[in-house]
Design a protein around this ligand. Structure first.
Ligand code: GAL
Length: 651
């Protein structure tokens, strides 16, 4: 069975309400309850003096109702007494001193002093609960973002990390290219953490240094998660441990690295409540879900699923449209979620998130959203073997934290974002009914027929090698603009035309490029169609490749924009620009047809199809991810779907 969970904060409510809440959850068919996420102060009101009575009672009550517990380490919210007594636990945003806004999450993940306190609270929890029969799994901390702290401890660790990586300062200076602007370092102590100084744009700094600073932060975060997991495993070696990742283009860590020490990949899924009117905007949550499944190439969990309108730090978001709560939860399942836990049961009546709504409003009375949750559970109960299936994908899409780090700090043109092209390619697959795995760039490509390589800017040697071998052996590779731009240190590869290391594979090179930013232009495909393009234009020169689309207008009218090359037994496409959705859809359709990959050609915009298969059977999920009803033919039938409606067909 796919498991349904609830994020519950017993410490926010009078214990007299617990019974009622848990009985209701049980009646709905909830199987697990996530607790204790931010409750450090309640668990350890004074240093070394624990109060587990309330949690014991909550765990027992959950168990009495036949549900399992996902227990959280509360380390995102150290108590006030701890910060006061041990200011070394605090995160520093500037080198002038710690940041303490009195809200949450301002701990330094690397501070040895903080780690000592983490060790105490996590050990105490693990000792008491790890072998409790009701405790099913553990969530570490909350949405652990890349460590950005610049405290003295982080500074020293950054210096040591650089020393370990580069050995000598000469080497570091060479690899970082510090000759520019007298940037040479002559002593390790000169290496400083990157502080976001007011008025200074990140683009002023040496990008190679910033890239390593980001990598260092991600390594601290991964090590912080591994440290916590290690404590729990001391008490229960086979504990199921995870953390709730979020998809944040601004401060996302290297999730692949972070989850290496954890047992299951897990995600907080908050899809948009207001669907954009611009049909070209990519908003589907599907990309994030496939990325999380790709972390372990296994099914995953949702630890926070949209349960009500948000409104914690900004104005309240619109309420969920009818169908949204159920549709989005089933969309997560369609992409491989085996457990979906909703954020949260009751809406808090106090604290910063009092208007960040859970399933129930402040009244606590059953409502439309709860009824939808019941419906989602009933839908899933009709398919009890779904958890014995997964997504088998003919297509891999490569993503890399290094690319995200490099590109978020150095926009390539006005409005250019790393995620745009991966998401456009990804969405086209879903709209053609083709499963796609979003995998870390250096992973094995065995078993795939097509590999999409959007914006592989920072060259990873292993990836390059894999791609050449993949095409040689008959695979199809799709490269895009900004591939092959930089070496592994984040400096431009000089002396070769773009796409440098990929040129032989693509059979073309970039003669000039035009970073057109928000401007709109057009290309004409060999298929006779014109497509709107924006953001970037590589003016391509074919070597062995043939052009399959050319620019229209400007001084490069007629210049190749998209090419196709034969390489070994395979085929390589190079997309030199950023197109409208139809461009990706038509191109991928041509590729899939040529390879005999089954496609659904007639899906309207915004309709996504994925298939889960395995021991438990084969299930086709058809999701209308738009605000309008749709009607279309599928497998000889006329399908009608309401806004955000999911249809599950047993095949
Ligand atoms: C999540 C976070 C939750 C809660 C929620 C509100 O990112 O993990 O604790 O703040 O956002 O939408």
């Amino acid at each position: 069975m796919i498991q349904i969970g609830i994020d519950y904060y017993p410490e926010h409510w009078d214990a007299s309400l617990w019974e009622k809440d848990l009985a209701q959850m049980e009646a709905i068919g909830v199987s697990c309850v996530r607790v204790a996420e931010f409750a450090w102060a309640k668990l350890e009101p004074q240093e070394g003096s624990f109060d587990f009575a309330w949690l014991d009672e909550a765990v027992e009550a959950i168990a009495r109702h036949g549900m399992k517990v996902i227990l959280c380490t509360p380390t995102n919210c150290p108590p006030d007494w701890l910060y006061r007594q041990y200011p070394d636990c605090l995160q520093w945003n500037t080198e002038q001193g710690p940041t303490y806004t009195g809200i949450r999450g301002h701990r330094c993940q690397s501070s040895p002093v903080f780690r000592g306190h983490v060790e105490r609270i996590v050990s105490a929890l693990a000792q008491r609960y790890a072998n409790h029969p009701a405790v099913y799994a553990w969530q570490l901390d909350n949405e652990i973002e890349t460590n950005q702290c610049v405290c003295p401890s982080c500074r020293e660790k950054f210096q040591a990390w650089c020393r370990e990586k580069y050995g000598t300062l000469e080497n570091l200076n060479r690899c970082w290219g510090t000759d520019v602007w007298s940037g040479q370092y002559s002593d390790w102590s000169q290496l400083r953490p990157h502080t976001k100084l007011a008025g200074y744009q990140i683009g002023w700094y040496n990008p190679a240094y910033i890239l390593d600073w980001e990598r260092f932060g991600a390594s601290v975060t991964a090590e912080y998660a591994a440290f916590q997991a290690g404590i729990i495993r001391r008490y229960k070696p086979d504990a199921i441990i995870t953390t709730n990742a979020c998809f944040s283009p601004v401060n996302q860590t290297d999730l692949h690295l972070e989850f290496q020490s954890l047992n299951v990949a897990a995600y907080d899924n908050y899809p948009p409540v207001r669907l954009p009117e611009d049909s070209e905007e990519v908003y589907s949550a599907a990309f994030g879900l496939d990325l999380i499944r790709g972390l372990k190439r296994k099914n995953f969990w949702i630890l926070e699923q949209l349960g009500g309108p948000g409104g914690c730090w900004g104005p309240m978001a619109p309420n969920l449209e009818p169908g949204m709560l159920e549709g989005y939860a089933l969309q997560a399942v369609a992409h491989g979620a085996d457990l979906v836990s909703f954020f949260r049961w009751r809406t808090a009546v106090s604290g910063a998130e009092m208007f960040c709504h859970g399933l129930l409003d402040h009244s606590g009375k059953p409502n439309r959203r709860l009824r939808e949750l019941c419906q989602a559970v009933q839908t899933l109960q009709k398919h009890p073997y779904l958890d014995k299936t997964t997504l088998v994908s003919p297509v891999a899409l490569l993503y890399g934290a290094n690319q995200a780090f490099a590109l978020r700090n150095q926009r390539q043109s006005d409005g250019f974002r790393y995620w745009t092209q991966p998401q456009l390619l990804h969405e086209a697959c879903g709209n053609l009914g083709v499963n796609v795995d979003v995998i870390e760039e250096a992973q094995s490509l065995a078993g795939y027929h097509v590999v999409l390589v959007p914006v592989h800017t920072v060259v990873n040697a292993k990836t390059v090698e894999n791609l050449y071998a993949f095409a040689r052996d008959g695979g199809t590779v799709v490269l895009t603009d900004r591939c092959g731009v930089k070496n592994e240190y984040g400096n431009c590869i000089g002396g070769e035309e773009l796409p440098t290391v990929f040129a032989a594979l693509a059979g073309c090179h970039v003669e000039e490029y035009d970073p057109i930013g928000q401007q709109k232009q057009e290309i004409l495909g060999k298929n006779g169609k014109t497509y709107a393009i924006t953001s970037w234009c590589d003016l391509l020169q074919c070597d062995s490749a043939e052009p399959i689309a050319r620019y229209l207008g400007r001084y490069y009218d007629g210049t190749p924009a998209i090419t196709k090359n034969s390489y070994g037994k395979g085929c390589v496409y190079y997309i030199g620009t950023v197109g409208e959705k139809a461009m990706y859809r038509d191109l991928l359709l041509e590729i899939f047809r040529a390879l005999g990959i089954a496609v659904q050609e007639q899906l309207p915009r915004g309709v996504e199809i994925t298939t889960r298969s395995g021991e438990g059977g084969t299930y086709r999920f058809t999701f209308n991810n738009t605000a309008a009803p749709v009607c279309f033919p599928l497998g000889g039938e006329e399908i009608r779907l309401k806004p955000l409606e999911m249809r599950i067909d047993v095949m």
